[in-house]
Design a binder for this molecule. Sequence first.
Ligand code: PLP
Length: 385
Amino acid sequence: MIYLDNNATTPLDPAVAEKMSQFLKEHFGNPSSLYPIGRKVKEIITEAREVIAKAIGAVRTEIIFTASGTEADNFAIRGVLDAFPEKNEIITSAIEHPAIMNSADYLEKKGLKVTYVPVDKYGTVDIDFLRNAITPQTSLISVMYANNEVGTIQPIEQISKIAKERGVLFHTDAVQAFGKIDVNVNKLGVDLLSISAHKIYGPKGVGALYIRKGTNIWPLIYGGSQEREMRAGTENTIGIVGFGEAVRVMTERKDKDKKRTKKLSEQLKKGIEEKIPKVKFNGHEKNRMKGTLNFSFYNLEAEAILLSLATKGIYVSTGSACSEGAEDVSHVLEAIGLKPEVARSSVRMSLGRFNTEEDIKTVLEELPEIVEKLREISALDIDED
Ligand SMILES: *Cc1c(COP(=O)(O)O)cnc(C)c1O
């Protein structure tokens, strides 16, 4: 198997699997219990929280565990709106993950105003548009750190400055960025930031929201007093342990992983551009998570490419996995200006820790052949643009 869909999810790192299975066998206590087996679990959770906080330049008390990156995103948006009932506007971008997009949709249905900041053809948000969109009614700006479909990195520090000047809270969805590029909450200047374990070789079903000390935000989920009364519910102890270990491993390997991914990704990009005619690279050449490659293959349906590759054991994605099966084209590719038929021909390949040179070589043997065969039988004939 050649797995080139690491932006959708990542395999568990063996060290994470080991740590989790050890924990499962040894600990079942409720971290809220005051006797030793509960206290011990509480301690283990605190260690994980510490590791995660440190990795993003935060302190332990600023990390609230959630059930996913999606929940962290929902928490940020709904929590801030609840805290500022007199304000009824938020600003986000046109290329957010569905976790933000569909939350924004919900707010619009409830009568709030949402402004979507457009992006240029490389997927970078229009800063001037954003600045001008802020009104006294704006409570929150939410712009993702790096895009999951095309990999483009946003000018988060710049947006932070604008938000601060105007007294608006700023959230960034760093779920995709975390583990691939540097994430430091102080350097970025954000108030709120979402991360998720399964995108960094940790388990699924656990994420976290960073909340800068002093930020006015209400809980999303009410109940017991877990997570400093900001996120009720008995903790996903096994998930948190795995998340902590995934971050520990990530911190250890960060530079090595980054360098390897960049090298392999450059090989793959160059190979595709040399061997396959009529392709279009989507995303930013430089300001991009290097392991994310999004290509349009003119005159083809991306799904046909995906399925042909899958028969060879090569796994890629068409746009975002979260919208898989949806009829309409990716809102991200639409926002960067692709025609629908070009967007529908777009395949995302996302590299990760466990890819090898051999993987890239195999893909560069199989993919050109598949594209050529499919084009022979394709009825489409679109001009390049
Ligand atoms: C994967 C992803 C999410 C959702 O995280 P889950 O833990 O899968 O809910 C949110 N935002 C971005 C940018 C993502 O890539």
